[in-house]
Write a protein that binds this ligand. Structure first.
Ligand code: ZN
Length: 161
């Protein structure tokens, strides 16, 4: 019987911890709302020789025309360290897409199909590309670099508000 009481106590303690985490989450949501004035229609995102985008979260307003520039600030050529920015439709399975993309060398790692909203050219060090696209409806969208082996590090979220 004692054991059961101890068990119940532990459960209570754990659920109390859970509650405090939930209120932390609420705080984060509030800060997210504050950053609404940071919605941007003109985005510059940099990538480098260490396989990184300098932004993981992009905030844009729904339905607006977005101008996005991808810079490759590294030195390596695109055959070894190519980078692109590929924005996926909301219902796309990211790992399946990335696998398919890695096979599509002839088309600069953009696979056949209609799973993308927009994408830049594949860039080597020192290159840039600018694209213009219409922001989709409110929601969360994944962007990634589809060069083989890069997507696990090089991806983020486009948040449409
Ligand atoms: Zn890349």
């Amino acid at each position: 019987m004692k054991k059961i009481i101890y068990f119940l106590l532990i459960v209570l303690v754990i659920s109390a911890c859970g509650n405090s985490k939930a209120s932390e989450k609420e705080k984060t949501n509030k800060t997210e709302q504050k950053s609404e004035d940071e919605l941007s229609t003109n985005i510059i995102i940099n990538s480098n020789d260490t396989m990184k985008f300098d932004k993981k979260i992009l905030l844009v307003p729904a339905g607006k025309k977005i101008t996005l520039t991808l810079n490759h600030t590294g030195k390596f050529p695109k055959v070894g360290m190519g980078h692109n920015f590929v924005l996926l439709k909301a219902d796309t399975n990211v790992s399946e897409f990335a696998e398919k993309a890695a096979m599509a060398r002839k088309t600069d790692y953009i696979p056949e199909g209609d799973q993308t909203i927009a994408y830049t050219k594949l860039l080597g060090g020192g290159e840039s590309d600018t694209i213009i696209f219409e922001a989709p409806k409110k929601g969360y969208y994944t962007f990634l670099c589809t060069f083989p082996g890069h997507w696990q590090l090089m991806r983020g979220k486009l948040i449409v508000k």
